[in-house]
Design a protein around this ligand. Sequence first.
Ligand SMILES: Nc1nc2c(ncn2[C@@H]2O[C@H](COP(=O)(O)OP(=O)(O)OP(=O)(O)O)[C@@H](O)[C@H]2O)c(=O)[nH]1
Ligand SMILES: [Mg+2]
Length: 213
Amino acid sequence: MDLRKYGFTPDLLPENAQGSPARVTAVHKDRYALVCEYGETYGRLKTKEYYGGFEEFPTVGDFVLIRHNPGGDSRIVKTLPRRTFFSRRDPASDRGEQAVAANFDNVFIMQSFNQNFNTRRLERYLTLARQSGAVPVVVLTKADLVREYASYLRAAEDTAAGAPVYIVSAKNGTGLVDLAALMTPGKTAVFLGSSGVGKSSLVNALAGEELME
Ligand SMILES: Nc1nc2c(ncn2[C@@H]2O[C@H](COP(=O)(O)OP(=O)(O)OP(=O)(O)O)[C@@H](O)[C@H]2O)c(=O)[nH]1
Ligand SMILES: [Mg+2]
């Protein structure tokens, strides 16, 4: 598997890298789903490095170094520096901030054409996205539910202050081609928005298959 399709670039490797690079695609408690040059695998944290306080705990999107184990779980030995990330205060421990997603290029800030449209919330999401280091993109979805959206578009563009605004529908396909043009190999996007706004539906529509429930 070519990890560059997952956004890996060789300059991310430290000089005397011990292990091979991988990307975290999901976190299941203490087990990490990974992609690496050998394909998909699972990994667990090496105790000394992580519980000795030397390494940042990985999150979804992190690039890590692993000792690959073809017969079972690999060993994660290092978290590589993050280009972009979202974090929140860690509710569980005294670790302080906890990263919840890392190394994404675009943040798709989603609102839908119904009661969900709210410029104050949009502003908060835009601030979050800009603080992450990534590029914010506003996505107004469920375009099939309204007859005209010029006023929404104007309000969104006024709030977005330069960030592009896309109008899409997962249901009838409006705008999907334009949005898909932002999603090229090596680029990672985060979908951000209230429950029910249509994130999973949009991911499925863009992928052309049912990836998310
Ligand atoms: N009319 C219309 N309905 C949509 C569209 N996209 C999603 N929906 C509907 O909106 C509801 C919520 O969609 P989801 O994709 O599950 O929303 P979500 O953002 O993933 O929600 P959570 O997973 O709870 O955060 C579902 O009933 C979808 O069928 C759209 O473009 N048009
Ligand atoms: Mg969902």
